[in-house]
Design a binder for this molecule. Structure first.
Ligand SMILES: [Zn+2]
Length: 145
């Protein structure tokens, strides 16, 4: 397995920000994932997923965090991003934990900053990986490279 850089203080603060927002806004079946992203300018934006009765209308927490960043700052880039999942109410033995971004979010993160880094689960201690590593052979429209 590839050696990963250890999380720094700012990365742990990002996980704490994502955990804090989902702790505050958790609603079973509606808001279960929190995300936090740090822009290239060092500002932190958080988001929670928006689940929907019509499933395809659901929006991931990462996209909500990115939307808040774009509204406030425009294109500020993504230095680091992380998502965490809140356990369901009947899972008292589980804790809020880092989760990998879904495939669609990998595309979105890459589109907004191809050099973004992502905090992902890695055994007992989360790890940092470049978004490009999570998205090999990214989709292109054919003529692009
Ligand atoms: Zn997603």
């Amino acid at each position: 397995m590839k050696r990963r850089p250890k999380l720094g203080k700012a990365d742990k603060a990002l996980i704490a920000a994502a955990s804090s927002v989902i702790k505050r806004r958790y609603r079973d079946d509606w808001q279960e994932v929190g995300a936090a992203l740090r822009t290239r300018s060092g500002k932190i934006f958080t988001g929670v997923n928006l689940d929907a009765y019509l499933g395809r209308m659901a929006v991931c927490a990462e996209a909500v965090a990115l939307g808040r960043a774009v509204v406030d700052l425009g294109d500020a880039g993504i230095d680091m991003i992380v998502a965490v999942r809140h356990p369901p109410p009947d899972a008292k033995d589980q804790a809020i934990a880092v989760v990998s971004p879904c495939g669609a979010c990998r595309e979105l993160i890459f589109d907004y900053d191809p050099t973004a880094r992502v905090i992902v689960p890695n055994g007992s201690s989360p790890a940092v990986v470049p978004i490009g590593e999570l998205l090999p052979n990214k989709y292109t429209r054919g003529s692009e490279r």
